[in-house]
Design a binder for this molecule. Sequence first.
Ligand code: NAD
Ligand code: USQ
Length: 395
Amino acid sequence: MKVMVLGGDGFCGWPTSLHLSNRGHDIVIVDNLSRRNIDNELEAYSLTPIEPMGVRINTWEQLSGKRIRFHRIDIAGEYDKLKTLILEEKPDAIVHFAEQRAAPYSMKSEYHKCYTVNNNLNATHNVLCAIVATGLPVHLVHLGTMGVYGYGSPDTKIPEGYLNVRIRKEDAGEVEKEILYPADPGSIYHMTKTQDQLFFYYYNKNDGVRITDLHQGIVWGTNIEETLQDERLINRFDYDGDYGTVLNRFLMQSSINHPLTVHGSGGQTRAFIHIQDTVRCIEIALDNPPERNERVKIFNQMTETHRVRDLAQLVSEMTGTEVLYMNNPRKENEENDLNVDNKCFLDLGLNPTTLAQGLLMEVRDVAEKYAHRCDREKIICKSYWTREKGLETQN
Ligand code: NAD
Ligand code: USQ
């Protein structure tokens, strides 16, 4: 199948592109390289040395004999270019990773809030509008987030997207209705993902666009089989206070003997998935598109849940690194339970990769190898959810 990968230069998009190419799919990457520009803005670079796109693609061609094509397009700002490319390439499917994905970056300042909203909402809307305008039967697979649900309430399981509710009628009795699970975003970034859901609902209802929305948990790990074939194919590894995610950060911190930075009490429970399962889930989603008039398919793309302080404890026991409980820069519940339904992917054959010492050590080994590239000044998160949070931390 021909697959257009929007955001194919990023942490999830690059390994996905290689994996799908390896499986024989024809891959066209679209990316505006904004993530590399944000590295420059923050002066915080991937711990692993990522090669320019040209080198990445040529290396893959030398090794696999397969050519991935690349187009530098801002899908949020260059609608006509995007539409023309879709018309020319006629992809069977589009995988959409191309959004600003860091919650702390989205909360840094007014500029970062506006940038995240403009970029993410226009990106998603432009893709949908262009699919309809071309009249092509493209299947859109979008990377959403578990954060659209908020993070659980005691004694209930988070369903895969939809919730059955009973509404009391004005006279008597009740009507049943299926609704999108109530959105409860915890950052400007997460808010854009909750709004993406409404775009999908509308374009599916009005134009019959076939859409799969993957509500993904926190991705950990760095390499997959394909990125390990040559150092020039290495995936990015974010460790800084804005883009680094919690488990990869702890593993990286342990490799340079930096205290493990637990926000608040560390009672936050989150959903996790290893990068090799991310690429596998996308392959499964592509192989199982919705039928022509089917509603938006929503899958929870996660394999396990963990409490932040338990992860810190685990890494600390494995490596002897001290745990540091810090003022939480975020406005979030400091203790929550999280029970998630992920039956859709399991039923379609996902064999979950769960937290295992070997895999944790593999990530730590990568971190250790490139530890000389780490800027310790960039580790602590300095993006605050509110003015008060900033003052609390500085005092
Ligand atoms: P990333 O920042 O590494 O990659 C995103 C890519 O999209 C970058 O290469 C960037 O240059 C590109 N991009 C952004 N805006 C664009 C635009 N307007 N036009 C063209 N290209 C653009 O992020 P990632 O970690 O690979 O995440 C990919 C997707 O998966 C995101 O939508 C994110 O919300 C979702 N997701 C990520 C995680 C995670 O833990 N990394 C977890 C859940 C969901
Ligand atoms: N945290 C720490 N210490 C750290 C970093 C984070 O305690 O050093 C805590 C945070 O306060 C938060 C939790 O760990 O409670 C998760 O933070 P994170 O940065 O690992 O993940 P998050 O901000 O939620 O965002 C990441 C991705 C995002 C994706 C989301 C999936 O960056 O793109 O959508 O995970 S989910 O968390 O399921 O919503």
